[in-house]
Design a protein around this ligand. Structure first.
Ligand SMILES: Nc1ncnc2c1ncn2[C@@H]1O[C@H](COP(=O)(O)OP(=O)(O)OP(=O)(O)O)[C@@H](O)[C@H]1O
Length: 595
């Protein structure tokens, strides 16, 4: 899914510039234009300096008056003033542009994650790409990218214009400089690319290292890590990976620096030879003393700029390749379709011969499942661990696309429906629901984002889901942050969190409700409460309840039993007990504990 072939760096550079201009055309063009002007300033300075030298010599040997000299000095002063004036203006435009671009980029990055099909998140190469793409979102990265872009392009303009000036004075000298400077520049270009790809290969080990480090330091893992004494082992693994990555990068740095040192020395020797040769042309009377002085000045400026630009270009190229990852990420598909057929009501849910296989799996997790869930019906989904209950629920909600078969809502194919409308008409509590590090009010309110701040709606949902009792025990009630990471915050027990998650689902008056193991962490009283609320749901609501507690299944209109990804049984509690199949066996097993 993540493309193996990457675009050429030049393509990315043009895309980056196009993207920059699209963000804010006026500021982008002004900022680029002012930077280009800054690029030619040193060459104009060298040229004027040469003219000043020349006029001084004319005044000295009496072949001209002082007026031309004074004119060139005035031009030099005006140019210096202009340069000083442009710098702050350019800096202001560039900073505004940077902020707009950063904001746009982060919005695109996050928006994309929300649009991609969920299957993308199942793949390791996707997570590698995402980690690299998110690098651009780290503080300072984007600022550095723009600075490196301008430093490289301005430096490049500087080099080309000074080289052109030297070429006008002495074309052989220019050719000699190109021959000497080229290997170093090409080496830097090639090395930056190979350094990037080597670093890129370290993405997965780095993700493992981050995971290990988080496990050792996170609050969630602390108790288990201590109880089992696993910290030393995890730290040892982390350390081994750290040195594996560090050693690879060190060896590459060492070999690249040796090559560069050799090429730089060659460049210095070449420059020395160029100077000696220029001096020789002066002695032969082919070049004036003023031009010699100016050529030396131009040579030094050129050398400084080549060194600076090759260094900067290395950084810029590195960032540009990160930007390339970001563009690859933004181009990724498939996305969930926007729009589609309208879904005015949920209707009967018909599942026809549905199979599903996870992208990285060798085997189907669901095979040939067919059934119809009538509108307003409550169905219990039962089955042993790994039998496919959660997968089926995700396929029904359009989160995963079946590899075969179809799901119909009120006779309409789910694959053609407007998923936004389905989401508006459904509510789900998953086993691994999100525990937002925000207030209790937000944690419940996020069940209906546009009403998250509506306290009355939050209180109503909390009364239904049981979060009202949680609020009563908190220091600032609904305004208490549910995390110890922030001041005044607190944490909840597993059962209390579950009430919060259930209340969140109650925020929407959804005609389709999915509860995936909603009571696993609840105490018997709370569990009974949820059962009763579930049972009392309006008859028009379709409900799917995934549970290992068969007592709960009794409250449902029908029970569906999954076995190894296949539909094994479907019927009422009584029918399935009478059939004496898997459900009857499980019921017998569970009820014996209560005898
Ligand atoms: N992300 C995944 N990638 C590959 N295989 C998966 C993934 N998630 C689940 N599976 C596999 O799909 C099958 C069904 O898993 P699923 O989570 O739907 O079972 P379940 O009935 O909900 O289990 P449980 O009762 O333990 O929650 C299992 O064999 C599981 O290993």
């Amino acid at each position: 899914m993540v493309p193996v072939k990457r675009p050429a760096t030049l393509v990315t550079l043009f895309r980056f510039m196009k993207w920059m201009i699209a963000t804010d055309p006026l500021r982008a063009l002004l900022s680029m234009g002012l930077n280009a002007v800054r690029g030619v300033f040193p060459t104009v300075h060298v040229f004027i300096t040469a003219r000043i030298f020349s006029e001084i010599i004319h005044v000295y040997d009496g072949t001209a008056g002082t007026s031309p000299l004074m004119e060139w000095i005035a031009i030099w002063a005006a140019l210096t003033l202009l340069q000083q004036a442009i710098n702050p203006i350019e800096a202001i435009f560039t900073e505004q542009l940077r902020q707009e671009m950063e904001d746009r980029l982060l919005r695109q990055l996050q928006g994309k994650a929300g649009r991609l099909r969920l299957e993308a998140f199942e793949r390791a190469d996707f997570h590698d790409l995402l980690k690299r793409a998110r690098k651009m979102a780290e503080p300072g990265q984007f600022h550095n990218l723009i600075m490196d872009f301008y430093n490289t392009t301005t430096g490049f303009i500087r080099i080309v214009s000074i080289a052109a000036l030297i070429g006008v004075w002495n074309v052989w000298l220019l050719l000699a400089i190109i021959v000497v400077a080229l290997p170093d520049s090409v080496a830097s270009f090639v090395q930056a690319k190979s350094a990037f790809f080597l670093k890129r290969k370290q993405t997965e080990p780095e993700r493992i290292m981050n995971y290990l480090s988080r496990t050792v330091t996170s609050k969630e893992a602390a108790k288990e890590v201590r109880t089992f004494g696993s910290a030393p082992v995890l730290i040892r693994w982390w350390d081994r990976l750290y040195w594996q990555v560090a050693d690879t990068l060190y060896r590459q740095e060492r070999s690249q620096q040796s090559v560069r040192a050799g090429l730089s020395a060659l460049g210095a020797v070449g420059l020395g030879a160029g100077v000696a040769w220029t001096a020789w042309t002066v002695l032969r009377g082919e070049l004036s003393a003023a031009q010699f002085g100016a050529t030396l000045f131009a040579l030094q400026t050129l050398k400084d700029n080549v060194g600076r630009v090759t260094g900067r270009f290395g950084y810029f190229r590195d960032k540009l390749l990160c930007m390339e990852d970001l563009f690859i990420y933004l181009d990724l598909g498939p996305e969930e379709p926007a729009g589609g057929e309208e879904l005015a009501r949920i209707g009967d849910i018909r599942v026809e011969n549905v199979s599903y296989r996870y992208p990285t799996s060798e085997k189907d997790s669901l095979t040939g499942i067919s059934f119809t869930l009538r509108e307003g019906e409550r169905i219990a989904l039962i089955g042993s661990n790994g039998s496919g209950k959660t997968t089926l629920v995700k396929v029904l909600l359009g989160l995963y696309q079946p590899v075969a078969g179809s799901v119909y809502y009120g006779g309409r194919d789910l694959s053609r429906l407007d998923l936004k409308q389905l989401r508006m008409r459904s509510a789900a509590v998953f086993q691994d629901f999100i525990r937002y590090a925000f207030t209790l009010r937000d944690n419940v309110g996020f069940g209906k984002a546009d009403q998250a701040g509506d306290m009355q709606a939050v209180q109503q949902a909390s009364a239904l889901g049981g979060a009202d009792e949680v609020a009563a025990g908190l220091p600032s009630g609904f305004e208490t942050p549910l995390t110890r990471r922030f001041t005044g915050g607190t944490d909840l027990s597993g059962g209390q969190w579950q009430r919060v998650a259930i209340s969140r689902a109650f925020m929407r008056d959804a005609p389709l409700v999915v509860l995936d193991e909603p009571t696993a962490a609840l105490d018997p009283k709370a569990e009974t409460d949820v059962f009763e609320r579930f049972a009392a749901m309006a008859g028009s609501r379709t409900a799917i309840l995934v549970s290992h507690r068969l007592g709960m299944a009794r409250l449902c209109d029908r029970v569906m039993v999954l076995q190894d990804g296949k539909l094994a049984e479907l019927g009422t509690h009584e029918e399935l007990l009478a059939a004496g199949g898997e459900y009857a066996r499980m019921w017998g097993l569970q009820s014996q504990w209560y005898k």
